[in-house]
Every structure is written in structure tokens, then in C-alpha cells.
Design a protein around this ligand. Structure first.
Ligand code: KG4
Ligand code: ZN
Length: 346
């Protein structure tokens, strides 16, 4: 047994197809036996995910990804005790492929299927490592579609403290990368370039809202105005020699903005344990700032392994596992829900 509340020797198959990654994982007793991800890189040339191409690709590769996940786990379908699938939010056509596949498989195998909220999956990525964080904790969810701060008092007992009022943090990275001609997704490339840049080079605006909310539309237009203020020719030349500085300055502004509400929430609640999840949790500057902050306040930062920061099916399997253990399973009328709400309580 690995940790307090997950305890049965159950093998759960996780399926994630909410966006452009087709992922299948096998976990037993909360331990990851395999986690296979097939990324649809062909979206990059369109500067973003093309929904119809994404669903068709999921349909094409899902069985192959499943076979690979079973093979890497040394398991067969007969070992599967339950299936967890991302029900939403996400692209409806993509979700439909995963959900209908999961339901069909569950009927065929005679096992329960549990629909999982994608963000609940990200939260459960914190429990995939060897060292599980303790309750209560604050969790910062930063992905391409979401930016939220929540308080977690026990498994499934969560309270939303703050959220973005417009763009998600990852979306800001992606849109700014596009403006800078850096391609999609923007986060990893900005992170890499920023490592050699001066974060104080450009003082981009930092929007601060009362409470624990964020707004990232200001920083996005801040970068746009900054670039548009230069004549096109000098802008190209300027970016050629200053790209790392612009990336570092933008990244520093986003990190400052992301961290401020977390710091206030730590002070207000006295909670020192902080979990950082979602694709943007891969960001090196964000990790080190939050690690320094929690350290200075006598707390601890928990971040999943890099492989579990980006969308993956192990986190979906883990969330499904925790629900199935409480005896909850979805009815077979469960359907893909592109804007599935993430309520206060699971
Ligand atoms: O969680 P995720 O894989 O998919 C969603 O559920 O949205 O997150 C993807 C987002 C993208 O916006 C991507 O640019 C961002 O995570 N991202 C990063 C980094 N790696 C991925 N953002 C900043 N720094 C990174 N190193
Ligand atoms: Zn995600």
C-alpha cells in the first residue's frame, strides 16, 4: 500500500483524449505501470490544435496506444478492474472518441467506468510520485486552458479560491510565442530561451487583482504593444538579437503574477504545502520561485515529475482509482462534456 487513502490492489486503465494527446496508462494500487502518450505534432504547423484533425487522430491511434500501454505494463485486458476516462472539459470531438471507447471497453470487460474531470486528473498527478503531499494543501493548476487556485482539505474536498478572469497562463505563453514567431506550444520554447535572457530587460505590466484571481490579457497586449511600437524592420532585427531577453521578461511577469495570489493564500490560510500541476508547472522559473517561496514560509512545494506535468493518462487513472475506491462509478449514459464544471466538491 502506497499511501493512506488509496488502498486496494486494483488495476485501473486510464484514457485521456481531451485535446491533442492520445494517452493510455495502467496503474495498480496507485502505482504507475505504464503511461503512453502519442502527441499529434502535426498541429504545430497550424499554430494551434485543429479540432477535427485531433479527433480523427485519436480514433486512428487509440487502439495502438492501448496495446502499447498494456504491453509496457506487462498486463492484459483481463487484468483491468476499472476504466477511467477524461469526460471533460476539452474538445468535444476528441473527448467523444475516448469516452465512447472507454464505455465500450467497460461493457465488453464487465468492469466499471468512471468519467474524470481533466483538472481532477491534474490534481491527482500530485499523488503519482513516491512522496504524496499531506492535507490540507493549496493547489495551483496552470494549464493551457485553466488557471485556478484551490484549497484541498481531504481527498475530493476542494474549495476554489481563485481563477483567471480571462486567459489561462498557458494560453498567454502560447499566444505570446505566436506573436514572437516561436511556434506552438509556446511554453517550452519560451522557457528554454528565457534561460539565457535578462528578466529585467523589459518591464511588462503585471496585473494584480484583489483576492486570488488573475488576469492575463494585460500582459498579452503589453507584449503586443511593445512589439508594435517598433517599425517592422527594426523589430525583426531587434528580436533576432534580443529574443531571449523578451522571453525572460515576459516569463518573469507571468511568474510574478502567478505567484502573488499563492503567497497571499499561504499567509491567509497558514497552509504551507503547495501543489503545482498542469502543463505550465513544467516551467523552470515558476518551479524555482514557488519552491523558494514555500521554503521561506516553512512549507513545501510538490510538483509532479515532468512526464506527469503535461497531459497524460496516469493522472486520469489515479483520479478514477480514487473515485472507484469510494464505490462511485459513472452510469453508462455518461457522455463527453466539453465544458464540464469543476465543482467545489467531487
Ligand atoms: O496541461 P496541459 O498539457 O494541457 C492542457 O490541459 O491545457 O498544458 C499545456 C500548456 C500549454 O499552454 C503549454 O504552452 C504550457 O502548458 N507549457 C508550458 C511549459 N510546458 C508546457 N508553459 C510554460 N513553461 C513550460 N515549460
Ligand atoms: Zn491538462
Amino acid at each position: 500500500m502506497k499511501m493512506g487513502y488509496f488502498h486496494r490492489d486494483m488495476t485501473v486503465l486510464g484514457i485521456e483524449t481531451s485535446c491533442d494527446d492520445t494517452a493510455v496508462a495502467v496503474i495498480t494500487d496507485g502505482i504507475v505501470r505504464s503511461s503512453v502518450i502519442s502527441s499529434q505534432l502535426d498541429h504545430a504547423r497550424f499554430g494551434g490544435v485543429v479540432p477535427e484533425l485531433a479527433s480523427r487522430a485519436h480514433e486512428r491511434v487509440l487502439v495502438t496506444v492501448l496495446r502499447k500501454a498494456l504491453e509496457e505494463a506487462g498486463a492484459t485486458l483481463a487484468d483491468v478492474d476499472g476504466i477511467a476516462v477524461t469526460q471533460g472539459p476539452g474538445l468535444v470531438g476528441s473527448l467523444l472518441v475516448g469516452v465512447s471507447f472507454a464505455k465500450t471497453l467497460a461493457v465488453g470487460l464487465g468492469v466499471p467506468v468512471e468519467g474524470v474531470h481533466h483538472l481532477d486528473g491534474h490534481v491527482h498527478s500530485l499523488f503519482l510520485g513516491d512522496e504524496a503531499p499531506s492535507f490540507p494543501m493549496l493547489v495551483l493548476i496552470v494549464s493551457g486552458g485553466h488557471t485556478q487556485l484551490m484549497r484541498l482539505d481531504a481527498p475530493g474536498k476542494r474549495t476554489l479560491m481563485g481563477k483567471t478572469r480571462d486567459d489561462a497562463a498557458g494560453e498567454a505563453f502560447d499566444k505570446v510565442a505566436k506573436m514572437l514567431g516561436l511556434g506552438y506550444p509556446g511554453g517550452p520554447v519560451i522557457d528554454r530561451l528565457a534561460a539565457n535572457g535578462d528578466p529585467g530587460h523589459v518591464a511588462f505590466p503585471r496585473t494584480r487583482l484583489p483576492g486570488y484571481d488573475w488576469s492575463f490579457s494585460g500582459i498579452k497586449t503589453g507584449v503586443l504593444y511593445y512589439l508594435n511600437a517598433m517599425p517592422e524592420k527594426s523589430r525583426t532585427e531587434y528580436l533576432e538579437s534580443n529574443m531571449a531577453h523578451v522571453c525572460a521578461s515576459f516569463q518573469a511577469a507571468v511568474v510574478d503574477m502567478l505567484v502573488a495570489p499563492v503567497e497571499r493564500a499561504m499567509e491567509a490560510t497558514g497552509i504551507g504545502t503547495v501543489g503545482l500541476v498542469g502543463g505550465v508547472s513544467a516551467n523552470s522559473a515558476l518551479r524555482s520561485r514557488l519552491s523558494a517561496l514555500t521554503g521561506s514560509m516553512g512549507g513545501q512545494l510538490h510538483v509532479p515529475d515532468l512526464a506527469h506535468c503535461m497531459d497524460n493518462a496516469a493522472m486520469i487513472a489515479m483520479a478514477g482509482f480514487s473515485h472507484l475506491l469510494t464505490g462511485h462509478a459513472s452510469p453508462l449514459t455518461m457522455t463527453a462534456h466539453p465544458s464540464l464544471p469543476f465543482g467545489d466538491l467531487a
